[in-house]
Design a protein around this ligand. Structure first.
Ligand SMILES: NC(=O)c1ccc[n+]([C@@H]2O[C@H](COP(=O)([O-])OP(=O)(O)OC[C@H]3O[C@@H](n4cnc5c(N)ncnc54)[C@H](OP(=O)(O)O)[C@@H]3O)[C@@H](O)[C@H]2O)c1
Length: 352
């Protein structure tokens, strides 16, 4: 734990992920919000005037009157959270990293860069060692660390104990993704009400590729991707928060169903051992009811930081199938980058 609070900035602070960050960081034991930044439309105005606030909690008092700044280096902070859209995030994040800031990003731009760690703290905390490679290659004391896609995070958390215990060969996943995953204002109401849209641009590729890097192994200066095949189909549905995914897996060893459930229920990792403030006690919550998990009832499990698994059963085509649900703007975005930042502190990349 750092002896004094670490000053942080949030880029894209007025959007759906940005406001989750403001909420999670306002009373954080290790971090203190020093700067909020967004687009030219918001710069120079009080945060409470321009935030498109959609959370059920009030805007934290400490953030209301902060004047929104441009997304430019020069802020007196050590750590920068990025919740910028991908059409602008790439260059802005590079600019901050080049000027010596540590960037914890939600955006997709740098996730697959060979020298950028793509991290879920329970799955691949050791990949943070890539920061050393990134700093040497880019000649900077800063660095970018990425959070995976919101559906990838929950899928990969559920797959990790299976991959470790039994070996993973093939995965088929179909997602039902909440509207808030598209940001604000997101999908037009006339398109999504009374409807399901069987296409989310770029999403299937992310879900098929990102888990391979995350489940891969760090060998010297590079990640060797996991040898797993994933087929994804992504759908936008009319739920507010919480992505639901149906998953079938083929494993190398063939456990019985109790063994499979047990490794998921017992799964714990470095964030739990280190006692990171945002870590869920149980990263995977397994439910036994025949009709759970459901977005409305289960997305807030462990303060939105858990992946909730249910309906574990044999699959007639691969070996087993199950459902996994997780909060897309908490563990799938803001909470994930906060947990990444806590791991960076625990591993002494930032702080005292
Ligand atoms: N929503 C999710 O579930 C989710 C999950 C995982 C990852 N992500 C990723 O997280 C990022 C943010 O998503 P979101 O859903 O929060 O989006 P959003 O609601 O559309 O918010 C976008 C934010 O970026 C700012 N912004 C837009 N253009 C800008 C520019 N040219 N310069 C500086 N700031 C600019 C906006 O500021 P103004 O208010 O001033 O326009 C706003 O603060 C995206 O990369 C997204 O892919 C989202």
């Amino acid at each position: 734990m750092p002896t004094k609070k670490i000053p942080v900035a949030i880029l894209g602070a007025t959007g759906l992920v940005g406001q989750r960050l403001v909420h999670l960081l306002a009373d954080h034991p290790w971090f203190e919000i020093r700067a909020l930044a967004a687009s030219d439309n918001s710069v120079g105005k009080k945060y409470a005037e321009v935030a498109k606030w959609k959370l059920p909690h009030p805007i934290p008092e400490s953030a209301r009157d902060l004047i929104v700044q441009p997304c430019e280096p020069g802020m007196d902070v050590a750590l920068v959270f990025s919740a910028l859209p991908s059409d602008v995030a790439g260059g802005i994040e590079e600019n901050f990293a080049a000027r010596g800031y540590l960037v914890s990003s939600n955006a997709s731009n740098h996730r697959l860069d060979a020298d950028v760690p793509l991290v879920i703290p329970e799955v691949n905390p050791d990949h943070l060692d890539l920061i050393r490679v990134q700093r040497a290659r880019r000649q900077s004391s800063g660095a970018i660390v990425c959070n995976p896609n919101c559906s990838t995070i929950h899928l990969t958390l559920a797959l990790k104990p299976l991959a470790d215990a039994f070996g993973l060969r093939r995965v088929i996943v179909t997602t039902m993704q909440a509207i808030s995953g598209a940001g604000y204002p997101g999908v037009a109401s006339l398109d999504i009400l009374d409807n399901v849209i069987p296409f989310i641009g770029g999403e299937e590729t992310k879900l098929e590729i990102e888990p391979l890097k995350i489940l891969g192994t760090l060998q010297g200066d590079r990640i060797v991707n996991a040898d797993v095949k994933i087929s994804a189909a992504c759908n936008r549905v009319a739920t507010w928060d919480g992505h639901l995914e149906t998953v079938s897996v083929e494993l190398i060893e063939k456990p019985n169903i109790d063994q499979l459930r047990r490794v998921m229920i017992q799964f714990k990792s470095e964030p739990q051992t280190l006692g990171l403030p945002t870590a869920p006690a149980h990263p995977i919550v397994v439910r036994d009811e025949v009709d759970r998990p459901q977005p409305r009832s289960d997305r807030d499990a462990e303060r939105g930081m858990a992946s909730v698994v249910g309906r574990v059963r044999p699959c007639n085509v691969l070996d087993y199938k199950f459902v996994v649900l997780g909060h897309n703007t908490v563990r799938g975005a803001a909470g994930g980058t906060v947990l990444n930042a806590e791991l960076l502190v625990a591993k002494r990349y930032v702080g005292d």
